[in-house]
Each structure stands twice: as C-alpha cells, then as structure tokens.
Design a protein around this ligand. Structure first.
Ligand SMILES: Nc1ncnc2c1ncn2[C@@H]1O[C@H](COP(=O)(O)OP(=O)(O)OP(=O)(O)O)[C@@H](O)[C@H]1O
Ligand SMILES: [Mg+2]
Length: 302
C-alpha cells in the first residue's frame, strides 16, 4: 500500500538556531490490508511522518511510493485515504449530522451515500443518538468518535489515525479499538499512531517503532515482544525466612510477612521447588509483561 523510503526531514526554525533533524533516513512499509501501529514517545516523529504521507509537508530527502491500486496521481491517492489528525478541528455550530455531510460533500459523495454510510457506522461508534446535536455540546470522547467516523465517511481504502485513542477513558478506548478492528475487517488498511504498546499489541499485526527521528523497528508485533528476551516473573510467597538461591530482586516486603521477588524465567522451576521445600506458601506467580520502556531499552541496546 505504502513505502516510506529513506525519508529525512529537517526543520529550520530560525537563522540563529541549529536545524533540527525530525526524521533521519526513515524507511518502513505498510502492506495492503494490514493493521499497522506506529509507536514512539513524544517528539519521536510520528506526526511529522504522517504529515509527509498526507502531503502537508515535504521531506528533504527520500520518497513515498503508493501502490497502484490507490491511483496514479496524488489527488486520486488522497481521495482513497481517510485521515484523522492529532488535533482535529470541529466546527462548533454544526451538528454531527451536518459535519459528516460537510466532509462527505468535500469528497464529492452523494447525499444518499453519505446517509447510507452514517447509518452503517454511527451506531457502531455509539454516536447515532447525538447526531442532531451541535458539536460544541459533545464531550471529548464523543468528538473523538465523530472525528474517526468522519475519516471513513467516504469509504477510503487506507485509514491513517494520529493518536485516535488519546485522552479516552478505558471503556472508550476499548470501544474505539473494537471499531478500528471492525473497519480493518471490512477490508481496509489501517495505520495508527499511539504511545501505548498494549493497544498496538492487542489489535495490530505489524508495528513501526520510531525513536527521536530514527527507525528502530518495522515488523511483526509478536517478534517485537519476543525481542524482549528477558522474561521475568513476580513470585509472591507468605512465610518466614525464605530467600531464594536463584538470582532475584526482592521487590516488596508486605504486611503479613508476604514477600515479592522478581526472578528470571529460567529460574522459575528451581524457585518453585525451593518454595515447596521451605514450606512457605506460594500466593502468586505472575509473568511480567514487557513495558514499552523495556522494549525501547532492549531494542536500543542491541
Ligand atoms: N514545524 C516544526 N518546526 C520545528 N520543529 C518541529 C516542527 N514540527 C515538528 N517539529 C519537531 O519534530 C519532532 C517530532 O515531532 P512530531 O510532532 O512528529 O512528534 P510525535 O512523534 O508526533 O510526538 P507526539 O507523540 O508528542 O505527538 C519534535 O521534536 C518537534 O518539536
Ligand atoms: Mg504527534
């Protein structure tokens, strides 16, 4: 669907300050029909990359290559893209319905077709009840929903969402993730940025990882998680005087003489045998999932 090839973007803010390299020879691929997560901390270059894809700003070096099914020229291609910006603008006096018709109209869609698409998607976004209200009365989560719905109103092939889940409560996050999955299952290619590795782990098959303008990973989500080879366990025991012989980190000593240790995966069996021998009670054994920071650290130190 898209190849982002060896792209460099340098911002020159003013004459006195140094030029800033926001993207440094970044390459990645978004295959047709995939669901790709775009991970990176604040300032990593996600929005800059997306702006280059959308042709809002130009790269200093490198090239973009869209697959032929999207069209031959930039105009045709852009019509096949649905884009949700990081900070979308909502006309406050328009109702949800008017807003969707306004955006659908910009894509030269017939009124009847816009209505059909609203009927299809608005209940899924749980926003159908508010479509006759002005956008200024919408909550943040409702605006996020109508914003996302507006990106697919013209039935695009390629959907790009810049932080679609930010600022939502856990239920809102889950609901919007479910809709993203539905949209993807309806045959669309989806590319969305996030800071949260668990969101991406949950719904994406591929992930692109940027760190301060440099590409650190482009590939399967599972292989990214596997790069975190040090799989640790948290073991919680209750009882007196137990110290594991295996390498461990004592985490917390809680009330009721409960101790929590962090151990390596390969030491799990030995530790469990020792727990049984010492007759202390095993209260919990929990796999510690790698956090975004740990994955960052692991990839960086390779
Ligand atoms: N117009 C600009 N002029 C100068 N610097 C810019 C400009 N736009 C972006 N930058 C810089 O480029 C870097 C990347 O910014 P970008 O907005 O792409 O990050 P991001 O990954 O989207 O971060 P966030 O998660 O906070 O949205 C930042 O250091 C930012 O300050
Ligand atoms: Mg951004």
């Amino acid at each position: 669907m898209l190849k982002f090839k060896e792209i460099t973007k340098i911002f020159k803010t003013d004459l006195t300050s140094q030029p800033f390299v926001a993207l440094d020879n970044v390459s990645f691929e978004i295959p047709t029909g995939s669901m790709v997560g775009f991970l990176g901390a604040n300032g990593a270059g996600k929005t800059t990359s997306i702006k280059i894809i959308m042709d809002f700003i130009r790269a200093d070096q490198g090239a973009l290559e869209f697959s032929s099914e999207l069209g031959k020229n930039k105009n045709d291609i852009l019509k096949k893209i649905g884009f949700l910006p990081e900070r979308p603008y909502f006309y406050p006096n328009l109702t949800g319905h008017e807003f969707l018709h306004f955006l659908g109209g910009l894509s030269e869609l017939k009124k009847s077709q816009i209505d059909q698409n609203i009927l299809k998607w608005a209940p899924r976004f749980k926003i159908d009840h508010a479509l006759n209200r002005q956008l200024k009365t919408y909550s943040k989560g409702m605006l996020q929903r109508i914003g996302f719905l507006s990106t697919i109103i013209h039935d695009p092939e390629f959907i790009i969402l810049d932080e679609p889940l930010s600022g939502l409560d856990p239920i809102g996050r889950k609901e919007l993730k479910d809709v993203i999955v539905d949209v993807h299952k309806s045959g669309k290619t989806v590319f969305f940025s996030s800071h949260i590795v668990s969101d991406i782990e949950e719904i994406c098959d591929r992930v692109i990882f940027l760190q301060t303008g440099k590409m650190v990973y482009d590939g399967g989500v599972q292989s990214l998680l596997n790069t975190h080879e040090q799989k640790d366990y948290l073991v919680k025991v209750q009882g007196y005087g137990f110290t594991p012989s295996v390498k461990h980190q004592e985490y917390t000593r809680l009330a009721g003489n409960i101790t929590t240790f962090k151990i390596n995966q390969q030491d799990r069996e030995v530790l469990l045998a020792e727990v049984l021998n010492k007759k202390v009670e095993l209260i919990g054994l929990e796999f510690i999932k790698p956090s975004l920071e740990e994955i960052f650290y692991n990839i960086r130190s390779k």
